[in-house]
Design a protein around this ligand. Structure first.
Ligand code: SAH
Ligand code: MG
Length: 220
């Protein structure tokens, strides 16, 4: 398949399986209006996560990096009525916006947004574990720490999802990038993917849709 055809079949899948309702479709334009960076997942990735969340029987999940609540909305909608998504977000402005998003989508009872550094918030959540799943989509050099927490605090059978496994191609090597911060991100993401591949407690892969979503099940 050439690139153009590949893009067309991706659109086909999105139209067939991942159509947004009006409330969901308003999140991106309204957050852009509010000056929030437009780095949300795509609808096709949201639907993919919903299927995996249901397959793993996830009820209590953590999201690391919430932005405007777009991915959180896909996740929360996949959880059962008595499920809960705890969202961890560094920026007060993003947290506030995402609370509004969940309110608008009727998801407030299933969501909670906490503000601070994800690693500190995760440590504070330890007594409430074990959890059923985690979605990681924040600072890329933190992924390995978030994974270490997940290995200790997810139940067996729990689901780990992590966005941007390809770093828009930069995953292929830090010599591809100039910026020191970006090099750190590349090193962090490569170490994260390597650990997913090597750790015997995990059954893992990367689903190569868009920028790649790493998926792992904690099997022991
Ligand atoms: N998951 C969102 C996009 C997240 S963008 C979606 O697809 O809809 C990454 C987010 O992570 C940003 O909102 C950023 O403020 C937040 N972030 C960055 N570093 C963080 C940290 N150390 N702890 C918690 N959140 C962090
Ligand atoms: Mg992302």
């Amino acid at each position: 398949m050439d690139d153009e055809t590949h893009a067309a079949v991706m659109d086909y899948v999105t139209n067939l399986f991942a159509q947004e309702d009006d409330a969901m479709a308003s999140i991106k334009p309204e957050s852009e209006e509010a000056g929030i960076p437009q780095i949300h997942i795509r609808a096709v990735e949201g639907k993919m996560m919903q299927v995996l969340i249901r397959a793993a029987g996830v009820k209590r999940m953590i999201e690391v990096g919430t932005l405007a609540g777009y991915s959180g909305s896909w996740i929360a909608r996949a959880l059962p009525e008595d499920g809960k998504l705890i969202c961890l977000e560094l920026e007060e402005k993003h947290a506030e916006f995402s609370r509004g998003t969940f309110e608008k989508l009727g998801l407030s009872h299933k969501t909670e947004v906490r503000v601070g550094k994800a690693l500190e918030l995760l440590e504070a959540l330890t007594p409430d574990g074990p959890f059923d799943g985690i979605f990681i989509d924040a600072d890329k050099d933190g992924y390995l720490d978030y994974l270490a927490w997940a290995l200790d605090n997810l139940r067996v059978g729990g689901l780990i999802l992590a966005h941007n496994a390809f770093l828009h191609g930069d995953i292929l090597g830090e010599d591809r990038v100039e910026d020191e911060g970006r090099k750190r991100a590349v090193r962090g993401m490569r170490a994260f993917n390597q650990t997913l591949a090597d750790d015997e407690r995990l059954l893992s892969t990367v689903i190569p849709v868009r920028d790649g979503t790493a998926v792992a099940i904690k099997v022991k």
